[in-house]
Design a protein around this ligand. Sequence first.
Ligand SMILES: CC(C)(COP(=O)(O)OP(=O)(O)OC[C@H]1O[C@@H](n2cnc3c(N)ncnc32)[C@H](O)[C@@H]1OP(=O)(O)O)[C@@H](O)C(=O)NCCC(=O)NCCS
Length: 336
Amino acid sequence: MTITWLDPADSAAMGRWYDLMVAVTRHDLPDLPTPSRREHAARFAYAWPATTEEALLAWDGDRVVGAASYLLPQAENLGTVHLELIVHPRERRRGVATELLAEVCAAARRHHRSLIEIQTVRTLPGGAARDEAGYRYLTRRAHRPGMTSIRSRWQAPDQAGGDDATLAEAWTHADGYSLVQWRDAAPEKIIGDVAALQSRLTLDAPTGGLAAEQARYDTERIRRQERTEQGRGHRSYSTAVRHDATGEVVARTKLAFESADDTHARQRITIVEPAHRGRRLGLIVKSANHAYARAHEPRLRVVDAWNAEENSHMRAVNTVLGFRPVDAWPVFQLPV
Ligand SMILES: CC(C)(COP(=O)(O)OP(=O)(O)OC[C@H]1O[C@@H](n2cnc3c(N)ncnc32)[C@H](O)[C@@H]1OP(=O)(O)O)[C@@H](O)C(=O)NCCC(=O)NCCS
């Protein structure tokens, strides 16, 4: 086996890496859509704002059997590396991941990073059965998760209408607010409020025992994020709540279609400004956004949401909307 640095201009290597991603997804997360080929091809040209990415490939002859790709945050969390480590299901327990991880540790040191953050998947009681190789790999090396996210899934009901009744009841608790909705890029006149709300997200969403600094968004960072999403072929639907008395945007949520499979969306960014919590705005904004997305995406059948296990408020909202737990995603921070 040989390990090489990925050259993003090497389209053959990019293609082999993509084939590996598809094989791993089919084995480990068969209920997720096939990874987007378009997004993979665009990942270096359309990097996430304030991050850079590097990747190592493990080769057996002309086959890529393992890959370690990592994001290096450039604005905050300057001591952290966000790693994705995958090995082909037929090539596991031959030491591929161990060799890749040793290279990632050396690279992390060169970048003056002290933590490698990585997540994996586990079976939940009553949930989908998962191969727990990643969890075993990490815990056998004495690592312990700093937090666990629960993935829950909404599936389209056979009959429409459930959302309408839920939404109508919630509005009786929320006088003096109105909705703003948009696709892809936020309207110019609320972009400042959207950035301020998104900056609260990493401050307010529970992160358990993980070391994580706040990600601060200004208008430019939001616009760069939108350009990255567009370049990667994502499309999204957002709903925000405006406080009529002040005109301020005080809540926001987003559903994103990130693959070629238009039956599947991911729940992203839900946040309510602290002074406006307790008025059902979380439920209102999510429920209205579902209806908005479904009106434009008649093929939508499945939405997945990831929430910290201890995020009881958000998970309760999801339960009301019909989300049900599927699997658990423990997050580890390995000291370098
Ligand atoms: C986790 C993963 C990257 C490991 O790749 P790998 O090349 O098989 O890893 P290595 O051969 O270097 O080490 C395997 C070790 O993991 C542990 N392990 C993996 N699968 C296991 C299993 N089914 N039962 C018990 N231990 C297991 C063991 O400690 C094993 O060492 P051993 O074979 O000497 O007992 C691979 O299983 C994978 O791609 N999983 C899906 C993606 C994922 O979860 N990524 C996050 C990774 S931390």
